[in-house]
Design a protein around this ligand. Structure first.
Ligand code: SAM
Length: 244
């Protein structure tokens, strides 16, 4: 927790940092307790949990996309990543967390309520179905997603939720560049445009990068035009037959 506390203190000052750190540590404790009954994460060692779940999720906290966003959706959030850490540090923004596993969504909502997060709503459903519903389609300024699908499939899940002029950020591994090249046409077909691919980092005032050892990449995509009505295709198709 020490590195996270240092980051929070630098960004938000000591008083607020203490309150935020308390929420983070309670969320980790509850997740690890629940994890004994329901699979929420394979990471159970606290230092690794802080780095791979909390710090990694916060890698976009300094991005202009999140700064400008009011409504954010996290697709395939699992145990609440990256949505929950972002919701903790941005209490004024509204977060919708989606997953196709109902049990996970109920537990994540309960844990969010227990740590006093009023800006989190969990939704059980498949991205392909929710992306076609009036309630969610093109209603978000920013969509984020980590470890859910290859970038072509993921773009079909995520871009339909984003308003024109909004953004989508995919949290990816070291193959991000190749994935992005392979998905470029799909992204365009869905109304998006590849804006940037960068190594995920979290820089402190002294220049240290808290994510130097994690080696994750962020793919930034802008939504330039409406997604054609036929996307997302029916549940299961985007992963079975990704757009080329
Ligand atoms: N994003 C979390 C993280 O990085 O820790 C969880 C990643 S987990 C490997 C992938 C999650 O995506 C699972 O919880 C799964 O249920 C969800 N998922 C996969 N396909 C989905 C879909 N089509 N719609 C909604 N959720 C989906």
């Amino acid at each position: 927790m020490e590195r996270l506390e240092k980051l929070l203190t630098e960004r938000f000052g000591e008083k607020r940092a203490a309150k935020l750190a308390d929420r983070f540590s309670k969320y980790m404790e509850m997740t690890l307790n629940w994890n004994e009954k329901v699979n929420l994460t394979s990471i159970t060692e606290p230092a690794e949990f802080v780095e791979k779940h909390f710090l990694d999720s916060l890698s976009i906290m300094d991005s202009y996309e999140i700064e400008d966003a009011e409504k954010i959706i996290d697709i395939g959030t699992g145990g609440g990543f990256p949505g929950i850490p972002l919701a903790i540090v941005f209490p004024e923004k509204k977060f919708t967390l989606v997953d196709s596993l109902d049990k996970r969504m109920k537990i994540v909502q309960q844990m969010a309520d227990e740590i006093g997060l009023k800006n989190v709503t969990t939704v059980h459903g498949r991205a392909e179905d929710l992306g076609q519903s009036k309630q969610y389609r093109e209603k978000f300024d920013l969509c984020v997603s980590r470890a859910v699908a290859n970038l072509s499939t993921l773009s079909e899940y995520c871009l339909p939720f984003v308003k024109v002029e909004g953004s989508f950020i995919a949290f990816k591994g070291p193959d991000a560049e190749e994935e992005a090249m392979a998905a470029e046409n799909a992204i365009m077909e869905l109304g998006g445009a590849l804006a940037d691919i960068e190594e995920a980092g979290l820089f402190m005032d002294d220049g240290t990068d808290l994510l130097a050892d994690v080696g994750h990449m962020l793919v930034h995509i802008d939504k330039e035009s409406k997604t054609p009505k036929k996307y997302p295709r029916k549940a299961g198709i985007p992963s079975k037959n990704p757009l080329k």
